[in-house]
Design a protein around this ligand. Structure first.
Ligand code: 5GP
Ligand code: MN
Length: 343
């Protein structure tokens, strides 16, 4: 093995050694947690508790209702519960940066011995004492799966359900470009272990949509604008829309994927006006634009095809800046399937 390959070899052993050394662990993940964030936290929780460890999970934001079918989700505590508790080891999952676990939590949840960072974001910062960052992994849940396999431990039924949910969510139900033969193999193994069916997990995650969210969706879709070349599409959600439909910015999740599906569109933007008038941005690309780079221009990050950022500007200015920046990434000569579908 050459040096480069060695540098790229994920160091599961270093983390497993840490598991041998310590007894108390805390886990956390990013604000507005999604299926991979919660799935990977709970998956790792089940593994660590089977190793006899004392484990607590602290998240800034509550578990969204569509993930409340996952075992032990009620055990996830809020930032206010930290108090004077200090774990020996803090493991941050799927977060990209330490600050993304929430400003309060990143200052109060302090490990005595070691900070561990497990992530698959291309733009992830190596903020931990130990960093297990694998950008080729479909999801943080996949990394947790591989860690357990590396330990040659069995995966329990509850853990299988949590990891499958994370894998399913982050691959967009096995549709996105991060889906590989291996992802399907892991998913198949988890389905074989667990007491669940894929359709049941899908229905829990995606088919519990509150009607208020549909009303918001109809408002947001009406704002659709597409650049003259048909390559960049944007929508926005305002505080007025949230008030009118009785929703919050969380309800915008997933809308950007619908915009990205428009024939011919390469970059899709969905922006939300936040209560402090700053703008939360979701970015997607269809084939070749690296939106993690685009997001990084605005101090955000993510993956090549799905990224995000927060911009300290009112939303109309943020959209203008984002569209202008996106244009630099568009290759006018790039042929894509959608180009012959537009008419
Ligand atoms: P979404 O658009 O679904 O909220 O996020 C898409 C991807 O971008 C996720 O992988 C998420 O972690 C990342 N992302 C979203 N917002 C931010 C942000 O403000 N900062 C960073 N670093 N990544 C983000
Ligand atoms: Mn993830």
């Amino acid at each position: 093995m050459n040096t480069l390959q060695m540098a790229n070899t994920p160091d599961y052993d270093a983390l497993l050694t840490l598991f041998d050394q310590y007894h108390t662990f805390a886990l956390s993940t990013h604000i507005h947690p999604d299926g991979d964030a919660i799935g990977s936290e709970l998956g790792l929780y089940f593994f660590l508790t089977r190793l006899g460890k004392s484990v607590k999970i602290f998240n800034t934001d509550v578990v969204p209702p569509n993930y409340r079918f996952l075992p032990l989700w009620e055990g996830i505590e809020g930032a206010h519960s930290v108090g004077t508790y200090r774990p020996e080891v803090l493991i941050v999952l799927d977060a990209s940066t330490l600050e993304r676990i929430g400003k309060g939590l990143s200052k109060t949840l302090l490990p005595i011995h070691s900070l561990v960072n497990i992530d698959h974001h291309a733009t992830a910062e190596a903020f931990g004492d130990l960093n297990l960052i694998i950008p080729t992994a479909s999801s943080t849940s996949e990394i947790v799966y591989k860690l357990i396999k590396h330990h040659e431990s069995p995966i329990c039924k509850a853990c299988a359900l949590c990891l499958y949910t994370g894998l399913m969510f982050d691959t967009g139900c096995f549709r996105h470009s991060n889906t590989t033969a291996e992802t399907h193999q892991i998913a198949a193994e988890l389905i074989g272990i667990g007491d669940f069916t894929p359709d049941e997990v899908y229905r829990n995650v995606y088919e519990q949509v509150p009607v208020a969210k549909m009303h918001l969706l109809s408002e947001v879709l009406r704002t659709l604008e597409i650049t003259d070349d048909g390559k960049i599409a944007s929508v926005y959600a305002t505080q007025a829309m949230f008030r009118k439909t009785g929703t919050t910015a969380d309800a915008v999740e997933g809308v950007v994927n619908q915009i990205q599906a428009i024939a011919g569109v390469e970059v899709a933007l969905c922006v939300s006006e936040m209560t402090d008038r700053s703008t939360k941005v979701s970015l997607r690309s269809q084939e070749y634009v690296d939106v993690s780079q685009l997001a990084a221009e605005f101090q955000g990050g993510g993956h090549a095809r799905a990224a995000g950022c927060r911009i300290a500007m009112p939303y109309p200015l943020a959209i203008a800046a984002l569209v202008q920046a996106s244009q630099r990434y568009i290759d006018p000569d790039h042929f894509r399937y959608g180009d012959c579908q537009k008419d």
